[in-house]
Design a protein around this ligand. Structure first.
Ligand code: ADP
Ligand code: MG
Length: 666
């Protein structure tokens, strides 16, 4: 702003200068064939700071159209608008928002208050967008409202106020950021004569305090109260009485800030992003709360989505874990080869140790553990116990992943010496050593042959109803010579290297055994392949469940979008009000995005809680479930992401609305 030029005797630069402003509606593609109507036919006008101007004209003469252009709510079709010497056409959306926020204050015939906010909050809105800190904002709004005799109505919502009171709130709002230029479009139009007179008195006071007032009215008696009256008819200025133009200006008022309490706020301040978000969250919460039922229905979609993700992943994970647990007893890479149990008339050739060695040479085989197995009676003192006896090589521990929990495993030396040493299972220990004595180093009889216990096998529990701990294991050589009288393994455990080649390996084993001795009837229990298939099935199941969950989240998201689109449509006028009071596009975007994210966050939280509840209920009902924290966090994150993704489009639509279009919206 340049210093006033009055010292040099020239006319000071006008605050507002319109040069041949024209405005037409329709006639383009946007309004689908409507004929073009020109509403303003070349308006030229200069308004100086501190003037009190009335623009008077019949209904439909173009007054409101002119005011929207003056207040930068709308752009002219042609002509130049200079604000303080600068061409407004060169301003971008943010600069225009800044102008509306810092320079103008609007007062409308229909008040245009945000219905969900209280009188004080409505008054605060322009300062919100100006970034004034909360405490200061509140104090100033309260002071302004008290000054306008609204001190007792601070927390009333617009519908709880009379027309005159609402208009006073609107005036307070117009003054919130200073209101250097008050644009009042038929401010008394909807008021009774007493309230109307009060509003006019207020405008006079503001004019006296140095504000520039542009009053629009169809009422000549109202207009007559202004110092300058511009008459407009059919979009043309037909009279302009009392113009300051050419007269010596009493004060170069446009440089002087109006005096308090109507004047500029003490400091423009600057609210933090956090405060902005807190404010947006508070407002979003209020909107959600006032639309509880609808919000609840939207939430339901998200809740079901999130809860199903959690429950389905937990159930899927649980069944997978169960499968793994079943197989892990003997390692996940072990298969078993056994001679088929043949009929007495057609005895099958037994497996031999040579078979085991031959299998060991196969490509995908990492280790083999031949095992002789038959029932034996073990005895200690006067306690007899019938158990599963067995002879194993030293590879037993490695191939089956089965070590000792106490003492040691017999070793290669024991095997070579045909040593009379044994390891016993937990069940055998309990039966024979019920006295609690340490079995290691003790002697027991295995089928009447004395063996020394060197270790206790780690407990495996039961698989398929068979107690794996009910056994005694001795070196294979000892079993062959001292217990069973033959060296033929009952089964051979084979550890494969690559799980994916398990089936090929099984076929190779069959071929190898057939080569060694034709016509043999062997049985291969390919647990590896079974496990692979089961794991894959479980994985596919989990994926399918996950997919269902994702679909339900998407459906929930579409619900959010639907509600957001409805919200935006319902609140078009509110968006217009906010823009007229200086909200930038990003403020509107942020507001609606916050609402979407808040809805989905609440939905996500409830969904996680519901999912957890169901998982716990399933757990109590004995269903195998595996609750996963990452899955829950992921589901919650997805829900919020859904809000961001599906809320963005409606929010952006809202932000892109033209202020004047939004204001006219229903
Ligand atoms: P006033 O405020 O003086 O009563 P307006 O400026 O509201 O008059 O309207 C002037 C003329 O412009 C009217 O004839 C009205 O029908 C027309 N008009 C206003 N807004 C639009 C619009 N968005 N599209 C088409 N015509 C419009
Ligand atoms: Mg009008």
């Amino acid at each position: 702003m340049t210093p006033a030029a009055s010292a040099s005797g020239e006319t000071p630069r006008p605050l507002i200068e319109l040069q041949d402003i024209r405005k037409s509606y329709g006639g383009n593609n946007a309004s689908a064939g409507a004929p073009a109507t020109t509403v303003l036919h070349g308006i030229s006008l200069r308004i100086h700071a501190g003037e009190f101007v009335a623009i008077v004209g019949a209904s439909g003469s173009g007054k409101s159209t002119l005011m929207h252009i003056l207040g930068c709510l709308d752009r002219p079709s042609a002509g130049r608008y200079l604000f303080d010497g600068q061409d407004v056409a060169s301003f971008d959306a943010d600069a225009l928002a800044w102008l509306r926020r810092e320079a103008f204050g609007f007062v409308f015939q229909g008040y245009h208050l945000v219905p969900s906010e209280s009188a004080r909050e409505n008054t605060e809105i322009p300062a919100l967008y100006a970034g004034m800190p909360e405490a200061e904002r509140r104090a100033r709004a309260t002071a302004l409202l008290e000054r306008l005799d609204m001190g007792a109505r601070l927390d009333h919502r617009p519908h709880q106020l009379s027309g005159g009171q609402q208009q006073r709130v609107a005036i307070a709002r117009a003054l919130m950021n200073g209101g250097r230029i008050i644009l009042a479009d038929e401010p008394t139009g909807a008021l009774d004569s007493k309230s109307g007179a009060e509003v006019m008195t207020l405008l006079h006071e503001l004019a006296d305090a140095g504000h520039t007032i542009i009053l629009i009215t169809h009422d000549r008696t109202v207009a007559a109260q202004a110092r300058r009256v511009i008459e407009i008819r059919d979009g043309r200025i037909v009279a302009d009485a009392g113009s300051a133009e050419g007269e010596a200006m009493a004060t170069p008022a446009h440089a002087a800030a109006p005096a308090t309490p109507f004047g500029h706020p003490a400091s423009p301040g600057g609210a933090s992003l956090l405060a902005d978000i807190r404010e947006a969250t508070r407002a979003a919460w209020r909107v959600m709360w006032s639309n509880r039922f609808r919000t609840g229905l939207t939430l339901l979609g998200i809740v079901i989505g999130v809860a199903s993700v959690i429950v389905m992943l937990a159930v899927g994970g649980g069944s997978q874990q169960k499968v793994m647990a079943q197989f892990e007893t003997f390692g996940t890479r072990t298969m078993f080869v056994a001679a088929q149990i043949a009929s007495l008339r057609n005895p099958s050739a037994p497996l031999t140790l040579d078979d085991a060695l031959a299998i060991r040479t196969l490509a995908n085989v990492e280790g083999v553990a031949p095992y002789i197995e038959d029932k034996v009676v073990v005895r200690r003192g006067n306690v007899d116990h019938l158990t599963e006896g067995g002879g194993a090589t030293v590879d037993f521990s490695r191939v089956l992943g089965w070590g000792v929990s106490q003492g040691v495993m017999f070793d290669a030396e024991d095997e070579r010496r045909v040593a009379k040493v044994a390891v016993i299972g937990e069940t055998v220990r309990k039966r024979l050593f019920a006295d609690g004595q340490d079995p290691v180093g003790q002697d027991i009889l295995v089928d009447k042959v004395p063996f020394q216990v060197v270790g206790v096998l780690a407990s495996k529990g039961a698989t398929d109803g068979e107690d794996q701990d009910d056994r005694v294991v001795v070196p294979l050589s000892s079993a062959a010579t001292r217990v069973y009288g033959h060296p033929n393994p009952t089964w051979i455990a084979v550890q494969v290297r690559d799980i994916d080649k398990a089936q090929e390996t099984a076929t190779a084993i069959e071929a190898q055994l057939e080569r060694l001795q034709a016509g043999r009837n062997v049985l291969i229990w390919n647990r590896v392949e079974a496990l692979r298939v089961q794991t894959e099935t479980a994985r596919a199941m989990t994926m399918m469940l996950g997919l269902i969950a994702v679909v339900s989240l998407v459906v929930g998201g579409i619900g959010v979008m639907n509600v957001m689109l409805m919200t935006v449509r319902e609140r078009t006028r509110e968006i217009g009000i906010r823009m007229a009071t200086g909200a930038r596009q990003r403020d509107i975007l942020r507001q609606f995005m916050t609402e979407a994210v808040l809805v989905t966050s609440v939905g996500g939280t409830v969904g996680v809680a519901a999912g957890l509840g169901i998982v716990v209920a399933l757990l109590l009902a004995g269903v195998s479930v595996q609750f996963s924290v990452p899955a829950s966090v992921g589901a919650f994150g997805c829900a919020v992401l859904t809000g961001v993704v599906f809320g963005f489009m409606p929010a952006r639509n809202a932000a892109r609305l033209d202020p004047v279009v939004a204001l006219a919206g229903e």
